[in-house]
Design a protein around this ligand. Sequence first.
Ligand code: NAD
Ligand code: GLY
Length: 360
Amino acid sequence: MQTLTIDLDERSYPILIGKGLLQNPEAWQGLPRAATAVIVSNEIVAPLYADDLRAAIAPHYPRVLTLVLPDGEAHKTFQTLQKVFDLLLGEGCDRKTVLFALGGGVIGDLTGFAAACFMRGVPFVQVPTTLLAQVDSSVGGKTAVNHPLGKNMIGAFYQPVRVVCDLSTLRTLPERELSAGLAEVIKYGPIYDMAFLDWIEAHIDALRARDMQALAHAVQRSCQIKADVVRQDERESGLRAILNFGHTFGHAIEAGLGFGVWLHGEAVGCGMLMAASLSLRLGLVDAAFVTRLQALVERAGLPVRGPVLGADAYIEHMRLDKKSEDGQIKFVLIDSPGRVVVRPAPDALVAEVIDASCGS
Ligand code: NAD
Ligand code: GLY
């Protein structure tokens, strides 16, 4: 078991990474004490792992409840959040109750937001079971639900007390979801660490084949980078925006098609290519960089052409992005490989990129 720490003063917490952690008692010691623990999961993940998690935490909590929510991005809503509050209040949970988010980023974001709100804040533990959640969403304390008008629009910064990444859970992950997670792994290269991009290129086939050593390194390095960024800018007043590379275009794809049609990681993969193309048109990077990134995204099993929504629809969705100011979209662009710049771009140029990047 590897332990990283996310250093946020009194809100610091460990990220545990390893195989078989659901069965490893060490991973579950020293959590906040409470009369009740609540495992929040979904109809896909709960049958696979909720019994293991229950057994792991049962020695520490007199009562362990499990709430099984519907699966998928389309359910990352206020209505689903209400189901969490209904259970917590109906079962007489108190402000010491500990929530355990068992699942991918949807469960993690939703449970984290529920924990932030319930009785003005109860402790929660992230137990991510997708690659995407292990390398990104479980770390850093962004929690949210979607609004029909925009992705992750209602939420809070609220840190978990621990993240437990059991790599063994990735064995049951559908291939399409594994690829979606690889998009967020690839992201860390161009924004922060080009040597990591070299490593991903050399190990992309091993990662897709679920080689545990390769996955362990991908999760560790991704979490290290994310922890380093979040440590410096927890609430995204500057640096943390680099983690949104590909997300401005990607969120427009997700919202434009309807949440859940493209997976978040698929939209981010394609969005990174659009952002890289915009960087090229602005003279920041050369064509070889864009070609290199596109080849890797393709080898990860991800789409490289965006859906045709029309440039106007993309731009309208992107104006709702949380980084926009006075309706002006701020793009996370590659300034030079490994370095990011956040800046606006002329609508006409953005439209050219969209038209050139979408459709078969
Ligand atoms: P997800 O939570 O929908 O999980 C993907 C699918 O895999 C689901 O059907 C899920 O039930 C299933 N699944 C999960 N673990 C499994 C396992 N081990 N075996 C078999 N099936 C399994 O999607 P995701 O890609 O994990 O997360 C995407 C979400 O994360 C989006 O809502 C996105 O906005 C959010 N996100 C948040 C942050 C953040 O910083 N908070 C960062 C990135 C993404
Ligand atoms: N995934 C973007 C962030 O955590 O800031």
